[in-house]
Design a protein around this ligand. Sequence first.
Ligand code: PHE
Length: 344
Amino acid sequence: MKEAIDRLLEELSGLSCKTQKEVEEARVRFLGKKGEITRLFDEFRSFDKDMKREFGSKINALKNAAVAKIEELRSQAGSDDEAGASTQDLSMPGDQFELGSRHPVSIVRQQIVDIFRKVGYEVAEGPEIEDDYHVFEALNFPPNHPARDMQDTFFVSAGHLNPLLLRTHTSSVQVRTMEKMGLPIRVICPGRVFRNEAISARAHCIFHQVEGLYIDKGVTFADLKQAILMFAREMFGPETSIRMRPSYFPFTEPSSEVDVSCNICHGKGCNICKGTGWLEILGCGMVDPNVLKASGIDPNVYSGFAFGMGVERIAMLKWQVNDLRHYFENDIRFLREFSTAVEV
Ligand code: PHE
């Protein structure tokens, strides 16, 4: 009996199992109904008193040691699923996940910004929720001026002197820049703008603008024309020409709308340019002296020009997309077409 107990204790202490299945086999071998320890207990029952006294604690210690060891092995062994791990090739390449690409509006906005950055414009940003002062008042829109109707405004809070609203253009950022930046100023203001317009192929209530402002001593309309021509050629190709038509904005005088020669038919007339050979791309003008004054800049010393364009419109013209709504629907089949578009 003593030898059997010692042998089993030794075996137990050297026991190791890799899987739960092996642990279970060990349990059956030691502690199962026909296991070795169970057999020793059967033998023990036939012992006389003295023998029982001699071996009782030893055989109980053996059983306890076996139970503890099996518990220990059970918690250490891997699951049986992992047992099959050796059949899996861990060096196989993982599942590929598809990379997204930049949204076409982001690509074009970045291109516009980079064109102006190359010639020294800095990027300025401002809040989307603005006050009446920065969107209208400081830009020479007097209260009740009919020009406010040109931009259907979403009001956030109404009824007091300077209501909060969603900016209808990023010209508000130009006002904030004039207020705090030293002169001369040369900034470009990209951002999201909001207008209460019915959604159609040509209009959306949310869109993106890039506006620019240049103020220094002796800035003339000729500088404005050259800046716009430079932009048009960088964006639409070196053959592009521009046409400036007189227009009206409260914050610029004189004001102009700018067309570029149609990059599809090269002036012959097609359905993109509606047979005119020209495509409208932006509004611009010389900053009105009242706007300079409102921001504490002396119009007798300084002059400047401003311009503003819709990013979606430029993107539509660049890629001949005929419905603005495509840019907002995030249809993956549409977006995928731009995944190879070159980013400047
Ligand atoms: N802020 C004008 C608009 O949103 C665009 C513009 C900017 C026109 C600067 C002239 C000068 O329509």
